[in-house]
Write a protein that binds this ligand. Structure first.
Ligand code: SAH
Length: 350
């Protein structure tokens, strides 16, 4: 239902069986209407219709027109318009939705469709959640967001919640930042749903691993510069073997959740033979007004990050592709001649 009319205070009668009408009821409530409900055509009385401006029959036009004929007839007599809306699908299900790097206009069309249909949305801190009430007008919104070191809802409880809401017959959306399967624990959530026999599907999202470098004007691959890129998590420190493989590959290294482990990573890569002059970009808060790119080198990245007070969320890009960032050369020059000073760019267009 696209609500372009102001229906605040409008009395709306919703006719239909509760399990099918719940989403319609929630949408009209969310839009500010005063909702009355009836479950059975026998309940139609003149008193019920008093003050009603619109009647909504929840059901399929062809099947339910007959059953609700008394209501339609009474409304016609009283000049009350009647509309028919699709019922909620029977049986619960879960859709994992990738929300992209945090802004609404980087949600996919399929993600928007899933949100519009949702009865419940469980969302994260990095997902685009600010306008969720409008994007998912029929849904209960549950913040399961995690800030570093603070886990309001544990992963096990998130999975339990997904399953229990779907078992109640609800259409559940699990909205995550970026792509659900890139360091998003999406695989675990799919497994939990499958174990409980809940139908589950995934809507991919634009991963910050590619999109946030792009926001800083950095392509993760470039002909003649890098023909591979590796996305690594900085959540836990890499092993010596992993560091050696990474340094040996010669492509771009993209690190998520890497601010805290930057010293370990940069020193490890240098130990593994990577040159200390390899450029490094730290792109913080991509796509927000506070987006900032700090340019340095592998040898100077920790100092630069410290001076610039870089914080999470940030994507770290290591490799020659960083030179594509506008102003990189000047920043690198500065970083090499004055290794204690890194250049910070306030908002960088893609
Ligand atoms: N599934 C997500 C990644 C989850 S891990 C994806 O595909 O993007 C969380 C990490 O993603 C953060 O610590 C940060 O490194 C990165 N990240 C996500 N959104 C970001 C943003 N808007 N700006 C900078 N980094 C971001």
């Amino acid at each position: 239902m696209q609500m372009s009319l102001d229906v605040t205070g409008l009395h709306v009668l919703i006719a239909g069986v509760p399990v099918e009408s719940r989403r319609v009821i929630r949408r009209w409530n969310a839009a500010g209407a005063v909702v009355r409900c009836i479950e059975s055509p026998d309940a139609v009385t003149p008193r019920l219709l008093r003050g009603v401006s619109l009647a909504v029959i929840v059901g399929n036009q062809a099947n339910d027109d007959g059953a609700w004929a008394p209501l339609t007839a009474s409304c016609r007599d009283l000049g009350i318009p009647v509309s028919v809306e699709e019922p909620a699908a029977p049986g619960g299900r879960v859709t994992l939705v990738g929300g992209g790097p945090g802004v609404e206009d980087l949600l996919t069309v399929r993600a928007l469709d899933a949100l519009r249909e949702a009865d419940v949305v469980l969302f994260d801190r990095l997902a685009p959640y600010r306008n969720l009430a409008a994007l998912a007008p029929g849904a209960e919104l549950i913040d399961v967001g995690k800030t570093p070191g603070n886990h309001p809802v544990s992963q096990a409880n998130i999975e339990k919640l997904l399953v229990s809401k779907a078992q109640q017959g609800l259409t559940v959306v699990r909205l995550k930042g970026g792509d659900p399967f890139v360091f998003g624990r999406g695989g675990e959530e799919v497994a939990s749903c499958r174990a409980a026999d809940i139908p589950v599907s995934t809507v991919p999202g634009i991963s910050s691993s590619i999109a946030v470098p792009a926001a800083a004007g950095i392509p993760v691959t470039q002909r003649g510069v890098a023909h591979a890129f590796t996305v690594v998590s900085g959540h836990a420190p890499l092993t010596e073997r992993e560091l050696e493989s990474l340094a040996g590959l010669g492509g771009t290294i993209v690190v998520l959740m890497g601010v805290g482990t930057l010293p370990h990573l940069t020193s490890g890569l240098r130990r593994a033979g990577m040159a200390s002059i390899v450029p490094v970009a730290i792109v913080e808060k991509g796509y927000s007004p506070e987006q900032r790119t700090t340019i340095s080198t592998l040898g100077g990245a920790v100092t630069a990050a410290g001076l610039a007070r870089c914080t999470s969320p940030a994507v770290v890009v290591i490799g020659d592709v960083v030179r594509q960032h506008q102003g990189c050369d000047e920043a690198l020059e500065q970083a090499l001649t004055h290794p204690m000073v890194a250049s910070s760019h306030p908002l960088v267009a893609s």
